[in-house]
Design a protein around this ligand. Structure first.
Ligand code: ATP
Ligand code: MG
Length: 260
């Protein structure tokens, strides 16, 4: 059996008297798409923020590629290859596509032997390569971000994560603000990444999306993980029941990599 890329053991986070995440165990394997589901306030974002270095756990452990990690900040997570995409994507509106992919890590070249200037040709070429690898089509990489659609922006953000060697991608509500066709494209992109062995955790309230893109589902309620299912072994009805708590909580083991 493959080693899990990410393993959470007993992860816990409290805010004052509230236990937002309560002793959650979770495993994510290479190439797997895992959906994290639960009602508003169930603890989904808090859970992933511990994995992305935003919050420090009050209990439990995080293992990444087989070894325990302690994240002091989001930079620590990025350095390990844990990339998180939130709804506000933190792209620079007035810069073009390739400048965004290299934002903060710009390529330069020597000029007249005295100074260094931005190497636009190199950044353009490298960006083209990564977008192609992801089957992302953007008419011109010289377009400013503000002229792109929501789906294309999402694609640029994903491209940037991948270029900088994401080993695990976490998406918190990636399609919430998108049109139907754009949602499709982002979901297709998730599948392309998974086929390149990059695991993805997706949080979404859109059950249709979740069913079309995931291999496995993890359901949280009031901070606890209450169920885990292989996507092909469950139904939206059952999942809704688990989210709201009307279904009996029958833990069905669903760990392990997707069987192929
Ligand atoms: N920074 C914070 N300070 C205090 N309480 C918080 C904080 N962040 C989250 N909470 C509380 O923790 C609980 C879990 O919140 P969280 O944002 O993880 O839920 P969620 O499952 O992501 O919900 P949603 O689907 O609405 O995004 C909620 O009760 C929330 O009010
Ligand atoms: Mg949330």
């Amino acid at each position: 059996m493959a080693e899990p890329m990410l393993q959470l053991r007993g992860l816990t986070k409290r805010f004052g008297g509230l236990t937002a995440v309560d002793r959650v165990d979770l495993e994510v394997y290479p190439g797997e798409v895992v959906g994290l589901l639960g009602d508003n306030g169930a603890g989904k974002s808090t859970l992933i923020k511990m994995v992305s270095g935003v919050y420090h756990p009050d209990g439990g452990q995080i293992f990444f590629q087989g070894r325990e990690i302690r994240l002091g900040s989001p930079m620590d997570a990025l350095e390990l290859g844990i990339e998180t995409l939130y709804q506000d994507l933190a792209l620079a509106e007035n810069l073009n596509v390739y400048a965004n992919i290299f934002l903060g890590r710009e390529r330069t070249k020597p000029f007249l032997g005295l100074i260094r200037v931005l190497d636009h040709a190199n950044m353009h070429e490298e960006s083209e390569k990564v977008l192609k690898r992801l089957e992302i089509e953007i008419p011109s990489l010289k377009s400013q971000i503000k002229h792109l659609s929501g789906g294309q922006r999402q694609a640029v953000a994903i491209g940037r994560s991948i270029y900088w060697n994401a080993k695990l991608l976490i998406m918190d509500e990636p399609t919430a603000a998108l049109g139907v066709q754009e949602q499709r494209k982002v979901l297709d992109l998730v599948r392309v990444l998974a086929s390149q062995n990059i695991p993805i955790i997706v949080i979404s309230h859109q059950l249709y999306d979740i069913f079309s893109v995931t291999d496995r589902l993890v359901i949280m309620r009031r901070g606890r993980k209450v169920a885990e299912r292989r996507t092909k072994d469950t139904t939206p009805d059952e999942v809704v029941g688990l989210i709201i708590g009307s279904e009996e909580v029958a833990q069905q083991p669903a760990g392990g990599p997707p069987a192929d």
